[in-house]
Write a protein that binds this ligand. Structure first.
Ligand code: NAD
Ligand code: UD1
Length: 681
């Protein structure tokens, strides 16, 4: 790792194809990253998936490089030590039709960036150039594989913008030799991140070979057109140097480290080819991809494409020796990873039935967005903030209490719709014993610790979500993740907590899972939605319930901690105050996810045609009527009732229940709860 703890690398175009992969590698190498992208050819989903992969927030600014004022603010806000500059328009064909737009975006955008860098005394830049600057290298006799000293002669406006920018960087260095510029000339980047979470998401009809082939493979295009088989190669198709995008991304780290190692006070201007040094023909790539897919794909050989040349293979020796970098993956790896990306994301980052917006009042802040999925009669909205459920609308009736702005969410302390963690419900005296030692937690409820302490999961921005369709295409799945640091609210060990929502046409199911690096830490996760079936009424009065159990934990009325006794409660309506832990079964385990869902509650209201059913794999659930809610102008007492499946109250301090909640570094915590909706019979 070379990144220092406080300084940042600014990645322009970091939401794009190569940028997003590079951000992952930068963070994996210990760098802090801030992204600037105007999303003209990308979507924020790429950034949110990068965050999910690296399990860290990555600051993002939707800023056009040509907007010096906004760009300057990013430099003011972050201590930027260097820039990796991807942001550009990149379609060769398009550039021949709208050259001015290309010069303005690419060249002018870079000038504004360099001016801003200079104004903030940032003089380190890694620039995305392209092999396209070499032009048609077959004009020389012996220039393939292509070395960096090959004369430049780009043949299209896009390539010329790269050529101009390289020259600008060279001139800046000549004028001030403390500038450090790495010019990286990419050959043909292909493939995707092995996780299948990020990849290339071309708009419209893809121009490039592999994105096109991928769309043929999933049935979005009929067949591949092979542009000529009469070239002088082993099978008649042209030769290119295809490089896996992850290898390419790593090349940027190598270049950055090389620049960082240049003698203090000195500068550098230097070009490096990033390629594998090995050429492959169109048919080589076609066969590799068919192998990844598992069957032959339709193609037709057509005439040559204008501007195509026989061979563009890199001589990558300079990067290999100076940067100590070389490509490690081959076209089979790239095809396998591209196929995973394609099958996991058949429409790229877009998912039918899903959309997101920023939460009102967040002013372009993407860290807490509203994610809405719609499935037939059901529409459910979730927030990053607390991985909360904001809205559940079934047959046009909203069934939960939700707020509109982030400030409203932040100012309430009733866990509205939120994920509750690390430890739902009370821990007596805010402490527990483990390995003979007493661990003291944040006491936020008199003498007790409640719902994870004063800075619990309900107040955290979860990363993600990854949104996808279930394997049978029927349901929509949203996956959020949170890394809760060791010591947060006093809890030992880091906890990685995942919240996965599945939305079907009449249900929303939540699955929790968590792992830790601690030898023992208590975990109890639940959801705190306030349900209200009473139509437009402001309270839940009149709500009728059927419970699967009448066994309840008796609690001390002052401390609300269990006495050890079990009492019997027959609850058939919510007209009075209820705040009880009802027991489905006392025996359980740390991971209940694989157990069958058991229906624990059915609720209805005379004024509504709808019925709510709650099923869970959990041994107990807290039923709570929200009698003290007070959100002025929004919600008052008894605005909703909560059904919070989880483990028994204070289990961590009760010998016979400890194993229900103590998670160690060899196990995974898990549970599932399903809320389903139907019309009354
Ligand atoms: P991409 O389009 O996926 O990424 C470029 C990103 O820059 C996009 O997210 C876009 O929204 C952003 N952007 C464009 N103009 C901007 C502006 N004015 N202000 C802020 N953001 C802006 O492309 P990519 O394939 O990831 O390419 C990244 C870089 O690598 C580009 O400079 C490209 O020319 C270069 N390159 C790409 C290839 C390739 O085959 N993909 C080959 C050689 C060089
Ligand atoms: C193109 C760009 C180049 C960019 C590179 C990487 C041009 C002229 N050059 O290079 O600037 O750096 O992409 O993204 O556009 N092919 C087919 N059928 C298809 C598509 C492509 O046979 O549908 C063939 C082409 O003839 C070529 C090879 O596949 O031989 C690769 O094509 P492509 O992916 O478009 O990349 P390049 O043309 O090499």
């Amino acid at each position: 790792m070379t990144g220092t703890t406080n300084s940042y690398i600014l990645v322009t175009g970091g939401a794009g194809y190569i940028g997003s992969h590079t951000v992952v590698e930068l963070i994996n190498h210990g760098y802090n990253v801030v992204i600037v992208d105007n999303l003209s050819n990308s979507s924020y989903d790429a950034v949110s998936r990068v965050e999910y992969i690296v399990k860290k927030p990555v600051p993002f600014f939707n800023v056009d490089l040509r907007d010096s004022e906004k760009l300057g603010k990013v430099f003011e806000q972050y201590d930027i030590s260097g820039v990796i500059h991807f942001a550009a328009l990149k379609a060769v064909g398009e550039s021949t039709h709208i050259p001015l737009k290309y010069y303005d975006n690419n060249v002018n955008g870079t000038i504004k960036l360099l001016e801003t860098m200079a104004a903030h005394k940032v003089k380190t830049i890694v620039f995305s150039s392209s092999a396209t600057v070499y032009g048609d290298v077959t004009r020389f006799k012996d220039m393939i594989p292509i070395p960096e000293h090959c004369p430049n002669d780009p043949t299209n406006p896009y390539g010329k913008t790269k050529y101009v920018i390289e020259n600008i960087l060279h001139d800046i260095y000549n004028a001030d030799t403390t500038w450090k510029s790495a010019i990286l000339r990419y050959f043909n980047p292909i493939g995707a991140h092995p996780s299948g979470l990020i990849g290339e998401d071309p708009l419209g009809i893809p121009n490039n070979l592999l994105p096109y082939l991928a769309q043929v493979a999933i049935g979005r295009r009929e067949k591949l057109s092979i542009f000529g088989n009469d070239y002088d190669s082993h099978d008649g198709t042209p030769i290119r140097d295809y490089i896996h995008v992850v290898d390419l991304a790593k090349g940027h780290i190598a270049a950055l480290e090389y620049l960082n190692n240049v003698t203090e006070g000195a500068g550098l201007f230097r070009e490096w080819n990033l390629g594998t040094g090995k050429g492959s023909t169109v048919f080589d790539v076609y066969h590799a991809f068919c192998k990844a897919v598992g069957h032959e794909l339709p193609y037709e050989v057509v005439g040559r494409r204008d501007g195509d040349v026989l061979d563009l293979t890199a001589n990558a020796t300079r990067a290999n020796t100076e940067l100590k970098w070389s490509a490690e993956k081959n076209i089979d790896d790239a095809c396998r990873d591209l196929w995973k990306w394609t099958t996991d994301n058949p429409k790229g980052y877009a998912v039918a039935g899903y959309q997101w917006t920023t939460l009102a009042g967040t002013d372009g802040d993407y860290t807490s967005r509203v994610h809405t999925v719609t499935k037939d009669d059901l529409s459910v909205s979730f927030l990053n903030y607390g991985a909360s459920i904001q809205k559940v609308e079934f047959k046009n009736q909203n069934l939960v209490c939700g707020l509109d702005t982030l400030d409203e969410y932040k100012s309430q302390d009733i866990y509205l719709g939120a994920t509750v963690g690390r430890y739902a419900n009370r821990i007596a005296n805010g402490q527990f014993e483990i390995n003979g030692e007493t661990v003291k937690l944040d006491k936020n409820n008199g003498e007790n610790s409640l719902h994870g302490g004063s800075n619990g999961f309900n107040k955290q921005n979860f990363l993600g979500p990854i949104v996808k369709r279930s394997a049978d295409e029927e349901n929509l799945i949203l996956q959020f993740v949170l890394v809760d640091k060791a010591g947060a609210n006093g809890f030992p060990g880091e906890l990685i907590a995942a919240v996965e929502y599945t939305v079907g046409n009449d249900f929303v199911e939540v699955e929790y899972s968590a792992t830790t690096d601690a030898s023992g830490t208590p975990v109890n996760l639940t959801n705190h939605s306030y349900w209200n079936l009473a139509g437009n009424k402001s309270t839940i009065d009149g709500t009728q319930v059927k419970l699967a159990t009448s066994k309840a934990l008796e609690v001390d009325p002052n401390t609300l901690i269990p006495t050890g006794n079990v009492s019997t409660l027959d609850i058939s309506n919510l007209d009075g105050k209820v705040d009880n832990c009802l027991i489905v079964r006392e025996s359980s385990q740390i991971n209940t996810s694989s157990e069958s869902l058991v229906e624990v509650l059915e609720a209805s209201h005379p004024d509504s045609t709808l019925v709510l059913r709650v099923e869970t794999t959990e041994p107990s659930f807290q039923l709570y009527t929200g009698d003290y809610v007070d959100i002025p102008g929004k919600f008052g007492p008894r605005c909703g009732f909560c059904v919070e499946p989880g483990r028994l109250i204070n289990a961590v301090n009760v010998e016979k229940w400890k194993q229900l909640v103590l998670l160690d570094n060899k196990s995974t915590y898990g549970s599932r709860t399903r809320y389903s909706f139907k019309l009354k019979n």
